[in-house]
Design a protein around this ligand. Structure first.
Ligand code: B12
Length: 213
């Protein structure tokens, strides 16, 4: 449909006012919230692709997240009524001792835009808090973010706490943040690591889909 393509393009081009106006018009015309969410998700995928091609920068990712957040707030009531099926749950946070959250917030927005329920615990999150949130939510994917070197110790401690709680076999752990790489992933005992928010979505979706077959 023409207006859905226009919404997708407005989001991909980071045209905030236009995107919000088109969503409002489409809702008034009776287009379903789910269709609109799909168009916005497609727009976010395009934003991620442009970032990977270095056409967009971090500030553009943040901008897209901001626009997406506003549109999500408008669509939320309609989505609940329409019964959009969640792709699964992810618990995420910046680990203990670290307060960097710009990248983590971008990951949270991208996961939400992929229809994943996100339990965001914020920053400086102690291992026990992650474990409690996993138990309470039943989430099977844990995302740990950290930018400081000392964050590696906190990631390791969190993964050890997961094992002590008897949950290491049922919860998959992905890590990320500026200095994280394959070596850090191996050393802290995570299952995978992501270099950017698109990567985080690919990892989480892969695990959540595998859990449903
Ligand atoms: C902005 C910033 C701050 C801001 C943070 C604001 C905020 N709300 O986040 C403020 C000013 C508060 C800050 C404070 C400090 N900072 Co600082 N900060 C930075 C800076 C400049 C940018 C970080 C950033 O936002 N990058 C942009 C985001 C988008 O990138 P990102 O986080 O990597 O996220 C992406 C990916 O990594 C991935 N990702 C992120 N999380 C996750 C999670 C998962 C699960 C997955 C899969 C992927 C994923 O996706 C994201 C989107 O693409 C970096 C420099 C740098 N080069 O990184 C220093 C830096 C991280 N800071 C540093 C330091 C030292 C500090 C302080 C200790 C300074 C001080 N002496 O007080 C304090 C630490 C306080 C604390 N306890 O945490 C050092 C760390 C050095 C080290 N090796 O430990 C850096 C590297 C600067 C430097 N070169 O020295 N900082």
């Amino acid at each position: 449909m023409q207006n859905l393509n226009a919404i997708q393009a407005a989001l991909a081009n980071l045209e905030e006012d236009l995107a919000l106006q088109l969503v409002a018009e489409a809702m008034a015309a009776g287009v379903s919230a789910l269709e609109l969410l799909k168009a916005c998700q497609a727009g976010m995928v395009e934003v991620g692709a442009r970032f990977e091609q270095q056409e967009y920068f971090v500030s553009d990712l943040m901008m897209s997240g901001e626009i997406f957040k506003q549109i999500s707030a408008i669509l939320e009531p309609g989505l609940k009524a329409g019964g959009a099926v969640s792709a699964g749950k992810v618990v995420i946070g910046t680990v203990k001792g670290d307060i960097h959250d710009i990248g983590k917030d971008i990951v949270v927005n991208m996961l939400k835009s992929a229809n994943i329920d996100v339990i965001d615990l914020g920053v400086d999150v102690a291992p026990a808090k992650f474990i409690d949130a996993l138990k309470n939510s039943g989430a099977t994917v844990l995302g740990l973010s950290g930018l400081l070197t000392l964050a590696f110790d906190s990631m390791k401690a969190t993964i050890s706490a997961l094992a002590e709680a008897g949950m290491r076999d049922t919860v998959k752990v992905m890590i990320g943040g500026g200095p994280v790489d394959a070596t850090v992933c191996r050393v802290v005992g995570a299952d995978d690591w992501g270099a950017d928010a698109q990567h985080a979505v690919r990892i989480a979706k892969g695990w959540l889909e595998a859990a449903h077959v």
